[in-house]
Structure formats: structure tokens, C-alpha cells
Design a protein around this ligand. Structure first.
Ligand code: C2O
Ligand code: CU
Ligand code: CU
Length: 480
């Protein structure tokens, strides 16, 4: 299970929530779509609110994105309910950073917490060397630090995110609010001309559990009843015209739990995965999204009535998640003109056609009783480099999951191509940065280590597992 080691209090909470949900489909028992008791009085049905945007702009030395994120434990309002959260700039759903390929990025973290933190920009292909995206460094309580790097001119456009990566406490910090969305501009320009101006919405998915008026940060039970929010709202409403096509940016920016997103049986047409525009648009009834996962999708409204954006029931192997309504779609107004969907957004260089300089294997294991998690038998250490890779080479990694639950594998800086899952060939249509390792199975990936030297990490993106050992250090070195 995601959180194998529980306090008595958490067990008690879980028991209460099981009792409360015991009568799903009969009478007036709690239905899967009603908010848990902890958010009673919360506002539902408000129009979907977009996060505030901090956008890149022209600066004295060229394009730049300059942002300041002040971290504080502070009271904030979530769905109309006042509670204490760990906030960036006072908000549970902090500013969306909108970047353009080629931007010079400067993000200042002002750490107002009484513990350390740091910042990771998940999925960005940027230098991991300080002052770049170095998560092996932390910012002590009360101090500030400015991360600074250049986004490559050819950076893939799409949806990314940022979050605390402070080892040992990242789960609590992200769970209590410290995650936000990044959009790299340009995805819409890859759409057919008549779709370039489609309405776009961000759906930042996080959940909360509250105790004594604050989002909890300790002993988080990812299998307990939880409240799933979209952009910090409870079941907001999106309005679409009959037949209208919109671009939705789905991002699981939560700490531990999975989503299985579906839209009232309508297909979700994936145009980018983890910020990588696809070579072939594929359509799905639902999309499984482990922590860290993003999909940019085109969706089409029905001709009338309403639709529900839901997370369907899902068994992660350790946790079992119920079906919950995330948002609703109200269909209103004049029918939209009929437009056809794209079939491809960008070319894709198949890494199977390149010779791999190195093949490695990794095993993900856990010790349930002690809540310890391992990669190749070792728990994370800041002081150990687990894997040394030569710049500009392609490697093949076989990653096995020797446990009974899913682990989402994630690596920084360079995205990978999935080439097989459980021994079956996988026809990737883009790179990705997060993939689920099936229980008792394995995934084989290929990666091209381009552009950046330095140390960075790969890990399970269930942050409870990452904090408790399931992370390792990779160092990219210059060719000998
Ligand atoms: Cu979302 Cu190591 O990161
Ligand atoms: Cu990352
Ligand atoms: Cu894991």
C-alpha cells in the first residue's frame, strides 16, 4: 500500500470513512460524488477558475520569465472553506508559470516555513546544476534562493508543473499545497488552423485531508477518504457550446494518489503527454494519471445536456480509489461549427532505431512493515551517485517492480521512450517523463541524455515512497 505504516489516528480516520461510505448506491448514504464531511459547507458548482498567470515577457536582455514565490504556512480559502495550508504566494493553487521556449527563467523562492524546502520544475529540459534545477540542494528555513536557467529554443510545448522536492518532507509540503502548473507555449500552434483558437482550460488535480482546520502534513494516508479538487475548487463547472472542442490540460499535481479521468463516455484525444506533442493522436475512454502525470487533450461537448469529468474507481495495488466527480460540463449556447480533429502534432524520433550505448536494470522493491522503499536494494542518499551516464548517449533501462502495487517511475531533465511493458512491445507516439511500473512486471525505456551535464534524480513519484527511499542519483558526465 502507498502508506504502509499508519498511526492509530490514521487507522481510526480510515475506519470512520469506510463506515461513512458503506452505503454507496442505496438510499441517502454518501454517494461517491458528495464531498467528504471535512469539507461540509464547501462551495460546489462555481465556474472553473483559472490560476493566476505569471507569463514570460520581453526583458532588457531578451525574453525572460521572472517569478517570485513566497512560501508560507498561512490561512487560505479553499472552496469557500477557511483552512491553513502550505502556500506559494498565499494560495493553495498558486500562479501558473507560462513560459516560451527560449525564455531565461528566474524563479525566486522565499522560504517562510520553519523547515527547509526547494523547487523542482517537473519535466523541464534544463540544467540540473545550481542555480539550475538542482533538487539535491535545499533552501533552509527563512532563506531565499533564485533558480536561474535558460529554456532551450526548441523546448517541447505543453503542460508541466512545479513542486517542492525536499527529500523526506516533500509529501507533506506538496500535499498541503506546494505545487503549481507550468505551461510552455506553442502546443496550440501545432493544431490545424481552425483549432488554434480553441478555448483552453487547466485542470490542476490535487486532494486534501483536513485536521483541526489545517491540511495535514504528517502521517498522510493516501488510501483514506480524501477530497479531490480542481484548481483548488470543489466540483467546478465548465461551460461548453454544443459540439464545441476545447483543449484541456490535465495535470496530477498531488502528492500520492492516482486518477483515472473520464468525461461521461466521450473520448479524450491526447495531443501531448508529459508536455510532448504526439506523432499520432490517440483517443481514450479514460486516462490513468499517477502523481506527476500530464495529458493535454482535446475534448468535444455533447449536443445537449451536461457531462461529468470524473475519476473512475481505480485499484492501484495498495490503494483503492472510489469514483468521484471532479467537475461538470454545462452545455449551453449555439452549436459550435464542426471541426475535425488533428491526427498528428509533431514528428517523433524513434529511439529503437538508435544503438543503445548501455543497458541497465533497476528493481523497485519495498519493505511494507518498515515503510522503506528501494531501488536496486538501496535507499536514497544525497551522497551517493548510483548511475553514471555519458553525455549524448542513448541508454536502455529495464525497470522491474517487485512489489504488489504500482510505482510511477519518473526521471528529471531528459524524457524517455517506453519500448515495452511486461515484455510486450509498446508503440510510443511521443516521449514521456512518468510511467507506471506494473506490479510484478517491468517496463523498458530508452533515453537520450542530451545537452546537460550534472547530477539529478530518478524516483517513484508517489512522494511518500520517494521520501522513504525510492529515489536514486544519476550523474551525466562528458564523454571520455
Ligand atoms: Cu515531479 Cu523528481 O519530480
Ligand atoms: Cu521531475
Ligand atoms: Cu512507489
Amino acid at each position: 500500500m502507498v502508506r504502509a505504516f499508519r498511526t492509530l489516528a490514521a487507522v481510526a480516520l480510515l475506519t470512520v470513512s469506510l463506515l461513512a461510505c458503506g452505503d454507496d448506491d442505496g438510499g441517502d448514504g454518501a454517494s461517491p460524488s458528495s464531498p467528504p464531511a471535512s469539507l461540509d459547507g464547501a462551495a460546489t458548482g462555481e465556474p472553473l477558475a483559472a490560476p493566476e498567470v505569471i507569463a514570460g515577457e520581453d526583458g532588457p536582455g531578451g525574453r525572460q520569465l521572472v517569478a517570485k514565490l513566497e512560501v508560507a504556512k498561512a490561512p487560505t480559502e479553499i472552496a469557500g472553506v477557511e483552512m491553513t495550508a502550505l502556500t506559494y504566494n498565499g494560495s493553495f493553487q498558486p500562479p501558473l508559470l507560462e513560459m516560451t521556449p527560449g525564455d531565461h527563467v528566474e524563479i525566486t523562492i522565499v522560504n517562510g516555513l520553519d523547515e527547509a524546502t526547494n523547487l523542482h520544475t517537473h519535466g523541464l529540459h534544463v540544467s540540473p546544476i545550481t542555480p539550475g534545477d538542482n533538487v539535491l540542494m535545499t533552501i533552509p528555513a527563512g532563506e531565499s534562493f533564485t533558480y536561474e536557467y535558460d529554456l532551450p529554443d526548441d523546448h517541447a510545448p505543453g503542460t508541466y508543473w512545479y513542486h517542492s522536492h525536499a527529500h523526506g518532507i516533500s509529501e507533506g509540503q506538496v500535499f498541503a499545497g506546494m505545487s503549481g502548473v507550468i505551461v510552455i507555449r506553442g502546443l496550440d500552434e501545432l493544431l490545424p488552423a481552425d483549432l488554434r483558437d480553441v478555448t483552453q482550460h487547466v485542470f490542476a488535480l490535487k486532494d486534501i485531508q483536513i485536521e483541526d482546520g489545517a491540511i495535514i502534513t504528517d502521517n498522510i494516508d493516501s488510501n483514506a477518504s480524501t477530497t479531490r479538487l480542481v484548481n483548488g475548487q470543489l466540483q467546478p463547472v465548465v461551460t461548453m457550446r454544443p459540439g464545441e472542442i476545447q483543449l484541456w490540460r490535465l495535470a496530477n499535481v498531488g502528492a500520492d494518489i492516482f486518477y483515472r479521468v473520464a468525461l461521461s463516455g466521450a473520448e479524450l484525444h491526447v495531443i501531448a503527454e508529459d508536455g510532448n506533442p504526439v506523432a499520432q493522436v490517440r483517443s481514450f475512454d479514460d486516462l490513468v494519471m499517477p502523481p506527476g502525470k500530464r495529458f493535454d487533450v482535446l475534448v468535444q461537448a455533447a449536443d445537449s445536456g451536461s457531462m461529468n469529468l470524473e475519476t473512475l474507481g481505480y485499484d492501484q495495488g495498495g490503494d483503492t480509489y472510489p469514483e468521484v466527480t471532479l467537475a461538470t460540463v454545462a452545455i449551453d449556447g449555439d452549436p459550435a461549427p464542426e471541426l475535425s480533429l488533428p491526427t498528428s502534432l509533431a514528428p517523433f524520433d524513434d529511439l529503437r532505431e538508435v544503438e543503445a550505448a548501455e543497458s541497465r536494470s533497476f528493481a523497485f522493491t519495498e519493505d511494507d512493515a518498515n515503510n522503506q522503499f528501494f531501488i536496486n536494494g538501496e535507499m536514497f542518499s544525497h551522497d551517493r551517485v548510483n548511475t553514471v551516464v555519458q553525455l549524448d548517449t542513448v541508454e536502455e533501462w529495464a525497470i522491474s517492480n517487485d512489489t504488489t502495487e504500482q510505482h510511477p517511475f519518473h526521471i528529471h531533465v531528459n524524457d524517455f521512450q517506453v519500448v515495452s511493458v511486461n515484455g510486450e512491445a509498446y508503440d510510443a507516439v511521443s516521449l514521456q517523463d512518468t510511467v507506471i511500473l506494473p506490479p510484478g512486471g517491468d517496463v523498458v525505456i530508452r533515453m537520450h541524455f542530451t545537452d546537460f551535464l550534472g547530477k539529478y534524480v530518478y524516483h517513484c513519484h508517489i512522494l511518500n515512497h520517494e521520501d522513504n527511499g525510492m529515489m536514486a542519483v544519476l550523474e551525466v558526465v562528458a564523454a571520455a
